[in-house]
Design a protein around this ligand. Structure first.
Ligand SMILES: C[S@@+](CC[C@H](N)C(=O)[O-])C[C@H]1O[C@@H](n2cnc3c(N)ncnc32)[C@H](O)[C@@H]1O
Length: 195
């Protein structure tokens, strides 16, 4: 069975401007300032657009947060938080995200940010520096980008994770897939423990 195309694969129409916002966000050739401006301009429609496309990243991430971010006094970083959907989905739980920048964290998650023209694989070097030993790092991402995005494919991204495991800095806790992440796309979830 062929997977349902993601929103960015759909044709733009005059009546639906969601695909163009989506495509713009994952297109290259923009400076950091321009990318920030794009997200600023999209912010008031981002959650609505993503919900309409069946994006389940935040729900998946909340499930893993509840499983792995156990310390109610812990300081956790939502890397690439965007409009903060995780905080919203998690509002009834005791997990607190820090909006201030701290030197170190008890755990870090990154949801939906390994997409074209976003994070580079070498950001894991910073994560190694800022997450304390014993802390959990987890990533939720669209599986398609592991093979289709040139910045990540052929092991550039999962290889960057594996390098930390080979160096003895991280331990792989679990790597699993979840369906219906974005239309019929599959989510790849990596969970690591920092040694
Ligand atoms: C597709 S959104 C995902 C937002 C949110 N995590 C979610 O699941 O809805 C990607 C986010 O990554 C952020 N981002 C892009 N490049 C980044 C970078 N180099 N460092 C930190 N955040 C970045 C953008 O500002 C944007 O909020």
């Amino acid at each position: 069975m062929t997977a349902e195309p993601a929103p960015f694969d759909h044709e733009d129409t005059n009546t639906d401007d969601r695909p163009s916002r989506f495509k713009k966000s994952i297109s290259g050739g923009f400076s950091v300032t321009e990318k920030v401006a794009q997200y600023d301009a999209w912010a008031n429609k981002y959650d609505e657009d993503m919900r309409s496309y069946g994006y389940t990243g935040p729900e998946i991430a909340v499930e893993y947060m509840k499983r792995y971010f156990k310390d109610t006094n812990g300081k956790y970083l939502d890397c690439g938080a965007g409009t903060g959907p995780l905080g919203v989905h998690n509002v009834k739980s005791t997990i607190t995200f820090f909006s201030r920048i701290l030197d170190t964290y008890d755990g870090l998650l990154c949801c939906g940010c390994f997409v074209p023209s976003h994070l580079e694989p070498d950001c894991v070097e910073d994560w190694c520096r800022i997450v304390k030993p014993g802390g959990i790092v987890f990533i939720v991402m669209n599986q398609r980008w592991l093979s289709q995005e040139p910045a990540y494919n052929e092991g550039k991204l999962d290889g960057a994770f594996q390098k930390r495991v080979d160096e003895g800095k991280w331990e792989l806790v679990v790597r699993e897939q979840r369906d219906k992440y974005l239309t019929e796309n599959v989510a790849e979830v990596f969970v690591f423990k920092v040694k």
